[in-house]
Design a protein around this ligand. Sequence first.
Ligand code: PBG
Ligand code: ZN
Length: 367
Amino acid sequence: MTDKTSEKLKSLLPDNMSDPLNDSKGHAELMKHKRLTENAFPHVRMRRLRQNSAIRDMVKENQVQVSDLIYPIFVEEDIDTPVAIKSMPGVVRETEKTLVNKMKEVQDLGIPSVMLFGVSHNKDHDGSDSMNPNGLLARMVSTAKQAAPDVVISVDLCFCEYTDHGHCGPINGHGDVDNDKTVENIAMQAVIAAEAGADIVAPSGMMDGQVSGIRHALDVTGFTHVPIMAYAAKFASVFYGPFRDAAGCSLGHVKNVPAHRKSYQLDPANARAAIRDALMDEQEGADMLMVKPGMPYLDILAKLREKTELPLAIYQISGEYAMIRLAAEAGALDYQSAMMESLLSFKRAGADMILTYSACDVANWLK
Ligand code: PBG
Ligand code: ZN
């Protein structure tokens, strides 16, 4: 301590107090003396606005509402009863029949939209069942639409649930997904979905040019009113693991075909590439952009929020859901509080819409 500092400290002490620097009671005694801290606080105290729940509610910046939610639903053909998905407690593959009641439940809960995924039993190299007007994709869309006319039917456009090799499009001679052929096919799939009654199409294959391909195909077939929600920044994430069980589209069981999607989905290391890719979807005519996964990619959502005026969605994916549910089952977290906090993080980062497997639970909690 410099002489100057020591002088200053001494000047703050009452006359009857011994010199703390040379006293056995030392600094502790000095700290008890109020004059040392009385000017230490600014006039601003953040805790004024946190003192009770009424005031906290008044200054709340974000909240999760039922109208934010999109509920993903898996529909499997040729099964008699719903099948539970082990790694995702509370999530099932619906049958085409039980889809009807599920849709009614969603409508009654006031959830505005669902995202449908087909689990195919008719897989081939191209995923052609999804381009068939009588195939699973078309059937589940029209079943859902008829069961719950007030619910916005969004449908995942991709081929991985319908190809025998599990990739998001046909494989070319180099063992990679054929980009341009996939775009041609996905444009067809979009028209099939729209004809079946889809209100929103959501291409998730991360093929270059897929948004403009779909927009063109929808427009020339009279579906100018059907919006595209682009899976715009979709990363090659390990957190999709439980979904691949759920949708029956695991990779790695076919020879000479990669066991990953790194040649089309984004590298988790890349933020700038993600923004470029997403903004390209906007240029191609996407009406809404999605970031996926959710919590590990909040930075991407927040950055994108600054770069576009389009509505933004975020997908809290299977692995995120599994982490929260399984941690809750192990007694490490409270499911409801942990889920609501994670959804709030999406709103804070700029999401307008949230896809979550907890949508029905959330709607019930918010009642
Ligand atoms: C495939 C697709 C995936 C998800 C939705 N559509 C994952 C993948 O790339 O394998 C993930 C959903 C989830 O994990 O909840 N196009
Ligand atoms: Zn896919």
